[in-house]
Design a binder for this molecule. Structure first.
Ligand code: SF4
Length: 651
């Protein structure tokens, strides 16, 4: 028996430290690492499922090629030879700007970036920009602070008021919950702002049910009250912020009743909330990843950031607006890790993938290589996404399972599971711990790590310069981590099997030197606020919000879902009564983009005329992005999934 220390590589806030007990190359026990100060010895259901995924009979364990619409197992030699030849042919005939590498965050290990380094070695291949998840918020905090940084979980214990705004830690950020409970036990106000009474409601001392797309209006209404009541921090505004006077002038010209109406709350509620936030300080805001998925998603975050600046809740213990955490990222040599090209080639905005392929630039992409993602069902507008994907002559996917993207590809290359490999992991969303994980078991027969796959391809394609710079895993990690290793005084050998904390970021912006060009906090001017309110098509009276599921990281854990089982759509009693429906009824949900079948479940924690679905369902279970449209948020090229309007009818 041996004990192995590793960590969870999923795209989650927590990045849990994991302990495995291994006997004869078999994992006999998985548990949370009790010595980790944040993840404290327990995992969520997705974490415990890692062993199941590793040993799943559904795992692909041989390269597959589609011949006459049937999958045929081929050996690695043939797979590398055929794919390498096809890539070379595309490069020779059409050039690198006909190749798209599409990647997501299905595994957050640093080594997995080798795929990007490989494609960038081929020249100016097509790049993607923007984001399906958090882009508008990252862009917003970059404009306001210079970058997105989060307060440490421990620092929330210094807060007298904590606002959980659009995050549902009880389901998706489990290890934050003990900190929230402790803060509450110490007397902190724990306020939840959300259009849905999520499980986190049970922890909250106060709940404000904001309208979907109403977060920015609520923040502006709060800002107006703070300014008019003179609850502002004059010193912060004068010395450390830019544009405050213009912000104030614009805001004071907006009618309070318009903001109140658009927020979905009453004026009394907003005054109570604002009083608590502005006067019971220090106050911290912890943001989730839903409120940026609207057309005004960037503004929503920027108006909320402004609340912290107005009240001086920035750079102080127990304050801040914690959205994501790019602290550790600055200690990685991304230029080397990604082999960043000198010249930028064609770029595709991710949420508009199908539009680019079918409308803007048909026949441009001759080959697509998908890694760490399942874009066929995760991109908006599944109907057009499938058409676009299928129109590309060469489609290769690396995955563990026959996802929808894999199933529609021409080749599938099976890769190693995280317990079969070493890697460097850290959280880009929350705490400042990082890990160099240990390999627990040998790779299953027939699978390869991406590093080896691309080394083999490079050998086949005679990419000597790539092989020279990117041919060795240990060198890749050492060079990519050079700034971090220098800063921390660590070396890779010592790090293996351990976790460390990068210090200096418990309370971001303590010195009030922001990373913006002005070195100050930047206020956004609230212009055209009410004009940009959503337009409603009365034929589609219900708004659909899609949430992160508790038991799957996006679409990653749906492989065992029974074929044909339907997603559950949650809505409140008044909504379903309007349609003479009851819990358990089968319905059709239709938007201008497409339709799906679903089963209704009544949940009175949801606002009237709002539909809620969990994302990630595969095509065998309808695939909910048939409903969502190719829309962008105001900044960050973010998919505006939640700007989606539907009608329903009984089956
Ligand atoms: S998904 Fe998140 S909470 Fe669950 S085990 Fe992984 S890191 Fe931990």
């Amino acid at each position: 028996m041996k004990q192995i220390k590793t960590a969870c590589p999923l795209d989650c806030w927590d990045v849990c430290s994991i302990e495995l007990t291994v006997n004869n190359n078999e994992i006999v026990k998985i548990e949370g690492d009790k010595s980790h100060p944040i993840t404290r010895g327990f995992l969520c259901s997705k974490g415990y499922k890692h062993v199941e995924r590793l040993n799943s009979p559904k795992r692909i364990t041989s390269p597959l090629k589609k011949i006459n619409n049937q999958w045929v197992e081929i050996g690695w030699k043939d797979a590398i030879g055929e794919i390498g030849d096809k890539l070379t042919e595309i490069l020779n005939i059409y050039g690198p700007s006909s190749l798209l590498h599409y990647t997501e965050s299905g595994h957050c290990g640093l080594l997995k970036n080798i795929v990007t380094a490989f494609f960038n070695s081929l020249g100016s291949v097509i790049q993607t920009e923007g984001s399906l998840c958090w882009g508008a918020g990252i862009a917003a905090q970059k404009l306001d602070f210079g970058k997105a940084l989060s307060h440490s979980p421990e620092d929330h214990l210094n807060s007298k008021t904590i606002i959980i705004w659009g995050r549902n830690p009880a389901d998706t950020n489990l290890h934050l919950v003990p900190f929230l409970k402790e803060a509450k036990a110490q007397g902190a106000n724990l306020i939840l702002i959300d259009p849905i009474k999520t499980k986190t409601f049970a922890l909250a001392t106060d709940f404000y049910q904001v309208k979907p797309e109403g977060d920015g209006y609520l923040a502006l209404a709060m800002a107006k009250i703070i300014i008019e009541s003179n609850w502002v921090d004059d010193e912060f505004l004068l010395r450390y912020s830019n544009n405050y006077t213009d912000f104030k002038d614009h805001l004071l010209n907006i009618k309070m009743e318009d903001l109140v109406e658009s927020s979905g709350l009453t004026l009394e509620e907003i005054i109570k909330l604002t009083r608590m936030y502005a006067l019971s300080k220090p106050s911290s805001i912890i943001l989730g990843y839903g409120l940026q998925r609207y057309k005004n998603g960037g503004k929503n975050i920027r108006y909320i950031d402004a609340l912290a600046a107005l009240t001086g809740n920035i750079g102080v213990d127990g304050g801040g607006v914690s959205y994501a955490n790019q602290y550790l990222s600055q200690w990685i040599n991304w230029k080397y890790a990604l082999n960043t090209p000198k010249e930028k080639g064609i770029t595709i905005k991710k949420p508009l993938f199908a539009d680019f392929v079918l409308e803007k630039s048909p026949n441009t992409i001759k080959g697509i290589f998908v890694t760490k993602g399942n874009p066929v069902i995760q991109l908006p507008d599944t109907g057009n996404t499938i058409k676009a994907f299928m129109s590309i002559p060469l489609k290769v996917t690396i995955d563990h399972f026959m996802t929808d993207t894999a199933a529609l590809s021409d080749y599938i290359l099976p890769c190693t599971h995280q317990f079969e490999e070493e890697d460097f992991l850290s959280s880009s969303m929350w705490h400042d711990y990082f890990y160099y994980t240990q390999q627990a078991v040998s790779p299953s027969k027939g699978v390869k790590h991406e590093f080896q796959i691309f080394k083999d391809l490079a050998i086949h394609m005679n990419l000597n310069s790539y092989l020279l710079n990117y041919g060795n895993e240990a060198d890749y990690l050492t060079k990519s981590l050079e700034p971090l290793l220098k800063n921390s005084g660590l070396d890779l050998n010592t790090m293996k099997g351990n976790f460390y904390k990068l210090t200096g970021n418990d309370v971001p912006w303590k010195n009030k030197q922001f990373s913006t060009p002005s070195k100050k906090f930047e206020f956004i001017l609230p212009k055209d606020v009410i004009d940009s309110n959503i337009e409603r098509d009365l034929n589609y009276p219900l708004q659909l919000i899609t949430l992160h599921p508790k038991n799957s990281l996006h679409s990653q854990h749906f492989m065992d879902e029974i074929e044909g089982s339907l997603p559950i759509v949650y809505c409140n009693t008044a909504t379903i009564k309007n349609y003479n429906l009851a819990t358990g009824d089968k319905i059709t949900i239709e938007s201008i983009n497409g339709s799906i079948s679903a089963i209704v479940e009544c949940d009175d924690g949801i606002l009237k005329d709002l539909l809620v679905l969990y994302e990630g369902w595969w095509l065998k279970n309808e695939g909910i992005n048939r409903l969502t449209g190719m829309l962008l948020s105001d900044i960050g090229n973010q998919a505006a999934y939640n700007h989606c309007f539907c009608k329903i009818k009984s089956y």
